[in-house]
Design a protein around this ligand. Structure first.
Ligand code: ZN
Length: 134
């Protein structure tokens, strides 16, 4: 397992534009990309903060993962994403250690990264994402 840094922190929001203006006008960060990830039914907005990013996630459909999350838990911290050097190895090793995976194989996430999620029930309540920049 080779986690190098926190790639990003994912935050579920109801309204992307309102939340972008908070991050820009109050916290002074700059949104550098807005991207829709159709398969995930989300629109994302990204901010750099040091080596890490903040990813805001707005649902584009109530039945999507972020739509369901907000309905159940409200807005807030959604997931933490670790950068790994080899995502296939990281998944294999995690599963071998008895952790339930949501994604057995990596898929394409925002910014062209290969991503995969571990199940929050197996990770002490934190939805955990691995990301590899190819
Ligand atoms: Zn993410």
């Amino acid at each position: 397992m080779d986690l190098t840094h926190i790639e990003h922190i994912g935050i579920a929001v109801k309204n992307l534009n309102d939340s972008i203006s908070y991050y820009e006008n109050v916290l002074g960060l700059k949104c550098y990309a807005i991207e829709e990830v159709k398969e995930q039914k989300v629109k994302t907005a990204f901010f750099h903060i040091g080596q890490t990013k903040i990813e805001l996630l707005e649902s584009t459909a109530p039945e999507g993962p972020i739509g369901k999350f907000i309905e159940k838990k409200g807005e807030g911290l959604h997931h933490i994403a670790f950068a790994v050097t080899n995502i296939e190895n990281a998944l294999q090793e995690t599963e071998a250690k008895g952790i339930t995976l949501i994604d057995k194989k990596p898929r394409k996430g925002a910014e062209g990264l290969d991503i995969a999620f571990l199940h929050p029930k197996a990770t002490y309540g934190v939805l955990t994402e691995f990301c590899e920049k190819k």
